[in-house]
Design a binder for this molecule. Structure first.
Ligand SMILES: Nc1ncnc2c1ncn2[C@@H]1O[C@H](COP(=O)(O)OP(=O)(O)OP(=O)(O)O)[C@@H](O)[C@H]1O
Ligand SMILES: [Mg+2]
Length: 258
């Protein structure tokens, strides 16, 4: 049983810039409000380059809000978002795409009336023109999308729409991909496929910050994990330690408390 939860085992080489390489993404003490209601109450987390970081938590914990603050969709009331050590909070989401942040939001939003190919080209709109190599990469990762490139996106299955949403984000050449519950509502076999593809995307060099209800699969893929509760980080550790932690198992893996 893991007993090392209390020690500081942040991802990367340490707790500060002096201790190791600058992380790709760092959130420092983020406070986000919706009107008068605080959704994030001082969230700090670190995503080292090349890694997969999982963000877990119950409904309403603030997971989507954290991703939205990271990608500029929401402005924090206070706190900092740093990309390679540079402040990027205050920069709007459509600009942040050019800084290398891709965000696949909840609910796999695709342009329903456009074809698969048109959707993918939209993902590259910030680049001067879509890179054919990126299109090939997406079609290699998702052969189902290649077969359906002329199909209207609204008629794709749920799993195919999720693949398209991820593929579209990849067309923007992100260094960091923020994924909000990519497995939600999908059949187990498709969930398995999505996780395998996420692994491949990471192995090809893209850093991932992954929000998931599917804690077991997410922690198996991740290097490091954070658990959010009512807008605050309540636990963080290397993924294998979280996976074997009885509190995590009870709360997120449906196991009885001993
Ligand atoms: N647009 C909004 N207006 C007001 N309150 C909001 C808004 N969006 C989110 N909230 C509130 O902020 C809190 C955090 O929401 P958030 O969507 O980040 O949670 P989550 O962890 O992603 O939950 P879920 O697992 O259900 O997706 C919740 O209490 C939610 O009701
Ligand atoms: Mg959410």
């Amino acid at each position: 049983m893991s007993t090392d939860l209390e020690k500081d085992a942040r991802p990367g080489a340490g707790d500060g810039a002096a201790d190791g390489p600058t992380p790709l993404l760092e959130l420092r003490d983020l406070h986000v409000y919706y009107g008068a209601i605080g959704a994030l109450k001082g969230v700090s987390l670190t995503v080292p380059e090349g890694q997969v970081v999982a963000l877990l938590g119950a409904n309403g914990a603030g997971k989507s809000t954290t991703l939205k603050a990271a990608s500029g969709m929401l402005q924090p009331r206070s706190g900092e978002v740093l990309l390679r050590g540079e402040r990027v909070d205050g920069i709007k989401s459509h600009e942040l795409v050019r800084f290398g942040i891709g965000h696949v939001p909840e609910g796999r939003r695709v342009f329903a009336r456009m074809t698969v190919l048109e959707n993918l080209k939209m993902g590259a709109y910030r680049l001067r023109r879509p890179d054919p190599a990126d299109l090939e990469r997406v079609f290699t990762l998702f052969p189902r999308l290649a077969d359906r490139r002329k199909q209207v996106a609204g008629t794709l299955s749920g799993g195919e729409q999720q693949m398209l949403a991820i593929g579209r984000a990849l067309m923007g050449k992100p260094e960091l991909l923020l994924l909000d519950e990519p497995s939600m509502g999908l059949a187990p076999l498709i969930v398995q496929q999505i996780f395998e593809i996420l692994k491949e995307i990471n192995e090809q060099g893209t850093t991932l910050l992954l929000v998931e209800q599917n804690a077991s699969q997410a922690l198996q893929l991740a290097d490091y994990g954070y658990v959010l509760e009512t807008g605050a980080v309540v636990m963080s550790d290397r993924a294998p330690a979280l996976l074997s932690d009885p509190r995590v198992r009870a709360a997120y893996l449906g196991e009885a408390v001993e």
